[in-house]
Design a binder for this molecule. Structure first.
Ligand code: 2AL
Length: 177
């Protein structure tokens, strides 16, 4: 009997587990995606979802409504590019895997990113945010240079869109581990 229960639990999809979880458990599943409690709460309240696409579409629609305040609040879960996230939290583990391309022992790249990050922070007053998955270190550096030329409003919009992309990728990872 207990073996049957175990087997059934293993066969349950992540979406079914999210739909059936307690509010606290469902919140804990989504929290590492982005440090915005209102986004997490709205998705938890919207359960049950008939499909992963339904959940992803709602998550995306909500993320497209994020404000400048949301951007500042969410940056706490995104260490600087090239500064390897420390710690045991799920966010830190996700960040380390997203930033795999810039965590290599490439000292020139690390120096260039550190200088670029510092210049960006002086110019815009917050950490440079970019979806690192799927990008090489050189691509990240060249995006940093390009975005340094943005006006403040355009840059906030770009950073918010990067935050949305990172969040959606993390959510896909929750649904399709
Ligand atoms: C990050 C991060 O931790 N993961 C990612 O894709 N981008 N950080 C950042 N400052 O852009």
């Amino acid at each position: 009997m207990s073996q049957t229960v175990t087997t059934l639990a293993q066969q349950t999809s992540p979406l079914a587990r999210f739909n059936g979880a307690s509010e606290a458990q469902a919140t804990a599943l989504l929290s590492p995606c982005v440090a915005l409690a209102h986004w997490t709460a709205a998705l938890v309240q919207g359960r049950p979802y008939a499909s992963c696409d339904e959940l992803l579409n709602k998550a995306d629609a909500l993320a497209r409504g994020w404000s400048r305040e949301d951007l500042d609040a969410a940056l706490s879960a995104h260490p600087r590019i090239g500064e390897k996230a420390r710690g045991e939290s799920k966010e830190a583990a996700l960040s380390r895997s997203e930033q795999a391309a810039v965590n290599a022992q490439d000292i020139l790249l690390a120096d260039a990113l550190a200088a670029g990050n510092a210049a960006y922070e002086t110019r815009f007053g917050r950490v440079f945010l970019i979806r690192a998955s799927g990008r090489s270190g050189e691509e990240i550096l060249s995006e940093l240079s390009r975005r340094m030329e943005n006006e403040a409003e355009q840059e906030a919009a770009e950073a918010l869109d990067q935050l949305r992309q990172i969040t959606l990728l993390r959510l896909e990872g929750v649904l399709h581990p």
